[in-house]
Design a protein around this ligand. Sequence first.
Ligand code: NAG
Ligand code: NAG
Ligand code: NAG
Ligand code: NAG
Ligand code: NAG
Ligand code: NAG
Ligand code: NAG
Ligand code: NAG
Ligand code: NAG
Length: 286
Amino acid sequence: MLWSLLFITLIGRSTQQDPVTSSGCSPGWETIKLDDKVAFQSSFYTDNGVNYTADRALDGNITRCSHTLPTEPISWWTVDLLGLYEISCITIYNINQSNVDLRGARILIGNSSERNASDTTECATINTTTKGENNTFNCENGPKWGRYVTVYKNTPGLVILCEVTMKGRKKEPFKLIKENKTWEDALYHCREEHMDLVSILDKETQGWVGLEAQKADTPFVWLGLHYSCTLDLWFWVDDHCVGFDRWAPDETRTADCSMSGAMNTSGNHLWYKKSVYDKYNFICAV
Ligand SMILES: *[C@@H]1O[C@H](CO)[C@@H](O)[C@H](O)[C@H]1NC(C)=O
Ligand SMILES: *[C@@H]1O[C@H](CO)[C@@H](O)[C@H](O)[C@H]1NC(C)=O
Ligand SMILES: *[C@@H]1O[C@H](CO)[C@@H](O)[C@H](O)[C@H]1NC(C)=O
Ligand SMILES: *[C@@H]1O[C@H](CO)[C@@H](O)[C@H](O)[C@H]1NC(C)=O
Ligand SMILES: *[C@@H]1O[C@H](CO)[C@@H](O)[C@H](O)[C@H]1NC(C)=O
Ligand SMILES: *[C@@H]1O[C@H](CO)[C@@H](O)[C@H](O)[C@H]1NC(C)=O
Ligand SMILES: *[C@@H]1O[C@H](CO)[C@@H](O)[C@H](O)[C@H]1NC(C)=O
Ligand SMILES: *[C@@H]1O[C@H](CO)[C@@H](O)[C@H](O)[C@H]1NC(C)=O
Ligand SMILES: *[C@@H]1O[C@H](CO)[C@@H](O)[C@H](O)[C@H]1NC(C)=O
């Protein structure tokens, strides 16, 4: 029993570690819907009044391509998946013309749009020109997690992409509950679902939670942030102290009793103190 499990694990691993191939993605991954995502690139080429913008690589039409300017030392194309995904492979189709050559370009996956940041990791290095055929690149050493997928070329030449598709699955560590509840009822609701009201301990989590908050239908969403008037102290309900914060500039830290923290669903998603009896949508975290 144990041995057969180990065997399966080993097989699973060896398929995950498939190097760059043009044969296709490891099985079992869904195609990520891309036509509603946002793409941008280092520059765009214009010809005959047509702007060869980044979104053209995602439009499902292989005759419409994105195209950077040829004069840049570093050229790149990025798609913002507007959520956290586990990405297994990326397929690139390109037109067969002489200025298409993506050899040496790298496919990067990260949590910030800064391509050189520490929260960006390499999925694969492209080792074919990508001309005139679908080339699939499996992430080396297994799927990678991130929000941004970038094709990064730091050698002279441009980035042309006629169609980019990718396979993976969405990860949802944060869940917006679109019900209007008092802070305490919101807390109970999350806990009944084996989750907790969300704690925000860093900039990255603030980003994910803000993204989720945008879908709310109340002006604020409850966070797991509560005020103890006996201790004169804000704390997270999962017992963390408040280190990182995003209080609105005019919010004073001291509060009345029966106050909790809520995030503005628009703008920079700053935090406000609100009466625990107000009713808002809320965000649970696993
Ligand atoms: C690309 O790299 C893979 C292994 O990393 C290799 O098997 C394949 O032959 C390479 N393709 C080209 C065109 O060099
Ligand atoms: C192309 O981009 C330029 C800005 O660089 C803009 O002024 C122009 O309206 C765009 N053309 C089209 C057709 O979108
Ligand atoms: C794809 O784009 C080309 C060029 O813009 C256009 O002529 C063609 O109708 C498009 N095809 C589809 C299915 O939209
Ligand atoms: C990333 O690149 C930007 C501009 O290209 C630069 O300002 C920044 O210092 C770089 N960050 C790192 C971590 O290298
Ligand atoms: C992106 O963030 C997720 C969740 O915080 C994390 O699991 C993942 O490792 C991050 N990706 C990178 C490339 O740092
Ligand atoms: C690309 O075009 C060249 C020249 O026309 C041709 O030799 C080559 O086979 C084409 N490649 C593909 C993949 O269609
Ligand atoms: C590439 O894949 C697309 C589907 O994503 C398909 O429509 C197209 O025919 C393929 N092209 C080639 C040259 O295999
Ligand atoms: C929650 O309240 C908002 C207004 O603040 C309202 O638009 C929305 O319909 C309410 N949602 C439910 C499920 O009652
Ligand atoms: C929430 O953010 C929006 C956009 O920045 C802003 O207009 C609004 O005033 C903020 N709400 C409150 C209560 O400050």
